[in-house]
Design a protein around this ligand. Structure first.
Ligand SMILES: Cc1cc2nc3c(=O)[nH]c(=O)nc-3n(C[C@H](O)[C@H](O)[C@H](O)COP(=O)(O)OP(=O)(O)OC[C@H]3O[C@@H](n4cnc5c(N)ncnc54)[C@H](O)[C@@H]3O)c2cc1C
Length: 475
């Protein structure tokens, strides 16, 4: 952290750009911003540990203000940590080297809607639910409905390559974002054109999508819109094992059906999530499906999907479990319950793999994590034509903080290295942040060097979110 004199000088310079009320050095604000929804950061704070604090937290309202703040930070070689909704699960907004936390929540304007092209241009600080509800009123959906819709904003979604619950049909945020405005570490403002496709060199937009604040600050985005579906229908099928459930999913996509929701709960997660409300055989998995679109098309898709499921040994449970999940999908997350009093700690590892590897990744990770004293339950969600993700939830309960944090780390190591060994990728939607930064090199292999070079070129003073994504780690 800066000494008091330097901090006051910085405060004075920043308050020439922003009014006093939009800059804070207050300890309460610093402590609140010292963690995000990364369970380890929350658990440590609850156990009384003091986490690194930012020197200053700033709330700009315009891209020009962001640019001016970055010019100062670059000159002083001061870390800049962008903060979206602050609901990231990997410690991405933690100011581990102090510096300035730049919170985008005041940049919350919906700038323009292009009804003809079905596009909406927004500032990066718009909270997901505010945008979704506004476009719903006009007959559209963004198609992006992650469980953190109420807590995260558009910049945060884009910076972490977020995935919504209906990504099988609508796509992830990288498919939904057509254009970006970004402020680079030296303060210059760049824009990528909002166009459906192009053939003018590599797609620079994708360089910043998922960059987690390490390459620049996303200040504006142009997003796709879809007409609200005429109909949405739910269906649920249980399966005797993970294999038959996955085969059914694979075949549904293979015949060209694109359900909006596809979630296969393994026996542990199915028992936890549904056995209190529905009857199905013990030890069975539960597949939830939803279909969005024109009623007549859904009639055909739903019928064919259910036929495939039954051929794979499934038992039809009607709309019950699937509809219940939809209606209660936000309940268990607010407030977050992955940390509890005492030294029980949990987390989620959201890996992704192709169909030929999904099962082996699942069993290898589950075995490896259980061997480190974790209770594990999983669902396969965000499924696509070529594969999909596994959302592995784990818990461990230990006698004291030191053992709990050490066990937590061992479970993560065991899970991620098993995932990599079997050919999976360590994150589908949560990003890397701090929690996975030590595995980035193992994940990216020889291409990690390219990412490091890009970082060096764009951010030679390494001010942008140092230590995240495995980039800019300081001694
Ligand atoms: C209850 C709960 C449910 C969740 N459900 C989902 C889910 O269904 N799907 C999913 O994908 N994720 C989910 N998440 C994880 C999290 O919400 C997402 O990762 C989300 O995309 C983070 O957005 P945020 O605005 O909260 O970002 P923050 O936590 O504020 O930031 C995340 C990272 O992005 C950087 N960043 C933020 N804004 C910008 C910007 N404008 N420019 C550059 N960098 C920026 C930050 O520096 C940080 O590194 C969930 C989290 C919680 C707590």
């Amino acid at each position: 952290m800066l000494d008091n004199k330097t901090r006051m000088k910085l405060f004075k310079r920043i308050t020439k750009i922003l009014s006093n009320e939009h800059v804070t050095m207050h300890e309460t604000d610093q402590i609140l911003n010292a963690h995000d929804a990364w369970p380890l950061s929350e658990a440590k704070i609850r156990s009384g540990e003091v986490l690194p604090l930012a020197d200053l937290i700033v709330f700009p309202e315009s891209v020009d203000e962001v640019s001016k703040i970055l010019v100062i930070a670059n000159e002083l070689k001061l870390p800049i940590v962008p903060v979206g909704g602050g609901a990231g699960t990997c410690g991405g907004t933690l100011p581990i080297y102090g510096g300035i936390q730049l919170d985008l929540k005041r940049m919350n304007k919906i700038i323009e809607i292009d009804h003809k092209s079905m596009l909406v241009r927004v500032q990066a600080g718009v909270i997901g639910i505010d945008l979704e509800e506004e476009v719903n009123r006009l007959g559209y959906t963004t198609g992006h409905t992650p469980t953190s819709l109420r807590a995260s904003n558009i910049g945060g979604f884009i910076a972490t390559r977020s995935g919504g619950s209906m990504s099988s049909l609508y796509g992830k945020i990288e498919d939904l974002t057509l254009g970006l405005q970004v402020v680079l570490p030296n303060g210059s403002i760049i824009e990528t054109k909002a166009i459906p496709r192009h053939s003018v060199g590599p797609d620079l937009r994708q360089l910043f999508i998922g960059s987690e604040g390490t390459l620049g600050i996303i200040t504006e985005a142009t997003m796709k819109l879809f007409p609200l579906p005429e109909d949405r229908r739910f269906r649920s099928v249980s399966f005797p094992d993970v294999h038959s459930g996955l085969e059914a999913i694979r075949k549904i996509f293979r015949v060209g059906i694109l359900p909006s929701v596809v979630r296969l709960y393994d026996p542990e997660d199915a028992a936890f999530s549904f056995s209190m409300h529905f009857e199905f055989e013990e030890g069975h998995c539960m597949l939830l499906l939803a279909f969005d679109g024109a009623s007549k098309k859904i009639d055909i898709d739903e019928k064919q999907a259910v036929r495939i499921c039954l051929e794979e040994g499934g038992t039809d449970h009607g709309e019950g479990p699937s509809k219940r999940w939809w209606e209660h999908r936000y309940d268990m997350y607010y407030p977050t319950r992955l940390t509890t009093a005492g030294f029980a700690i949990g987390d989620t590892i959201d890996i992704v793999a192709t169909y030929d590897k999904l099962e082996s990744v699942y069993y290898a990770m589950k075995d490896a994590m259980e061997a480190e004293d974790a209770v594990v339950m999983s669902h396969f969600s965000h499924m696509y034509q070529n594969g999909g993700s596994i959302y592995m939830i784990f818990f461990t309960s230990q006698p004291d903080a030191e053992t709990a944090w050490a066990t937590y780390k061992k479970i993560w190591d065991a899970g991620v290295y098993a995932c990599h060994r079997e050919g999976g990728t360590m994150s589908h939607q949560h990003g890397v942040g701090l929690s996975r930064s030590t595995y980035t090199e193992d994940e990216l292999g020889s291409s990690f060097g390219v990412l490091k070079k890009i970082k060096e070129v764009l951010d030679p003073n390494c001010i942008m979110n140092p230590g995240k994504l495995g980039l800019g780690v300081r001694k």
